[in-house]
Design a protein around this ligand. Structure first.
Ligand SMILES: *Cc1c(COP(=O)(O)O)cnc(C)c1O
Length: 386
């Protein structure tokens, strides 16, 4: 029996989401662009879904664009602003600990003639506001900083960032994929112009994403998929109706149950974390203990390799670094950026908790990990030489 503590990689679908989607694989199949009665019904369902999604982040429905993934939303936000405002400036600011979907998009734009500043972060994984102020130039058009990090969970001071940016008329995008459903999100309070989240991290299917774009941003955003007039002319392609309905249901559940979810997940995470840190010697928590989302615990087990521990404790599903780097031997760029000793970074595992985990799983996982760490350390030349 596997214990799934990898909810930051993807979540299982909520049965309520699956149920809401069902009719759209069957009788509700019509093309929402069709003007016959069946098509018009689906159009109404999509627009209702858009309203539900908007409400969950305190936005207006015309500010919600459906995409096919968090990665696509990140691409659309960053490339869309870069190309849309290239006459105004060519400088972009991001951070060193962003998800690959942001980092690689910025790298691509560097090849296209844009200039990108990758802000460092402090030891706790949070950017330094003074460094941000220093990085801003007259030709800065965009700041893209994630709301919550996918490896260590730290939350960035987005409200402070947008206050500074708005004074200088700089657009702010935030990747909120790991924040959605883990903390309240209010786009006007955050002050962001653009915000990304993804279905499969919030108990909806893989292959659906959302980009929130403030109304006036939509005027100059450049689409990355051209064609029909879908999604306000910003993202062509017949709508993925079942998945749109699914992500809307997931947002509705978040809207109604966020507090309960946070409390449940945080209780499990904190219990797991304190037991691991107290009961297994030479373990270190990576990132900031306080300023982080409720779902993530990133722990270094000294003297052993994270991969080896995953093999030994294979009933416990978790990640080394982030899932996207699982087949690379490089230590995580996030742990590197927060100055974790490279040896300890190789002994780091990310455990991420979710709605469907239980305290029994936590207790069982702790025992399995304790046992595996002991066995591995007994064999470890590093441990015996210490
Ligand atoms: C998972 C993730 C993404 C990518 O979302 P997909 O829907 O898988 O493309 C982007 N940013 C962060 C922080 C993520 O955790």
């Amino acid at each position: 029996m596997s214990i799934y503590f990898d909810n930051s990689a993807t979540t299982p679908m909520d049965p309520r989401v699956i149920e809401a989607m069902q009719p759209y694989f069957k009788e509700k199949f019509a093309n929402p662009s069709s003007i016959h009665i069946l098509g018009r019904e689906i159009r109404e369902d999509i627009e209702r879904a858009r309203e539900t999604v908007a409400k969950s982040i305190k936005a207006e429905s015309q500010e919600i664009i459906f995409t096919a993934s968090g990665s696509e939303s990140d691409n659309m936000a960053i490339k869309g602003v870069a190309y849309g405002l290239r006459e105004k400036g060519k400088h972009i600011i991001t951070s060193k600990i962003e998800h690959k979907a942001v980092l690689e998009t910025c790298k691509y734009l560097e090849q296209e003639g844009f200039e990108v500043t990758y802000l460092p972060v402090e030891k706790n994984g949070i950017i330094n506001i003074d460094e941000l102020k220093k990085a801003i130039r007259d030709d800065t058009i965009l700041i893209s900083i994630m709301l919550a990090n996918n490896e260590i969970g730290t939350i960035q001071p987005i409200e402070e960032i947008t206050k500074i940016a708005r004074e200088k008329e700089i657009i702010v995008h935030t990747d909120a994929v790991q924040a959605m459903g883990k903390m309240p999100i209010d786009v006007s309070k955050l002050g962001v112009h653009l915000l990304t989240f993804s279905g499969h991290k919030i108990y909806a299917p893989k292959g659906i994403g959302v980009l929130y774009a403030e109304e006036r941003i939509k005027d100059f955003l450049i689409p990355i998929i051209h064609g029909g007039h879908h999604e306000f002319g910003l993202r062509a392609g017949t709508e993925n109706v079942p998945y749109i309905i699914g992500i809307a249901k997931a947002c509705e559940i978040i809207e109604n149950e966020l507090e309960k979810d946070i409390k449940h997940v945080k209780t499990l995470r904190d219990k797991f974390e304190s037991r691991i840190l107290n009961e297994i010697p030479d373990t270190i928590l990576n990132g900031d203990r306080e300023k982080r989302v409720c779902s993530i615990s990133n722990i270094s087990f000294k003297y052993i390799e994270g991969e080896a521990l995953m093999v030994y404790a294979n009933e416990v599903c978790c990640s080394t670094g982030s899932a996207c780097t699982s087949d690379s031997v490089d230590a995580s760029h996030v742990l590197y950026a927060i100055n974790v000793d490279p040896v300890d970074a190789h002994g780091a595992l990310r455990f991420s908790f979710g709605r469907f985990n239980t305290m029994e799983e936590v207790d069982k996982a702790v025992e399995i990990i304790k046992d595996s760490v002991n066995k591995l350390r007994q064999m470890s030349p590093l441990y015996n030489k210490r």
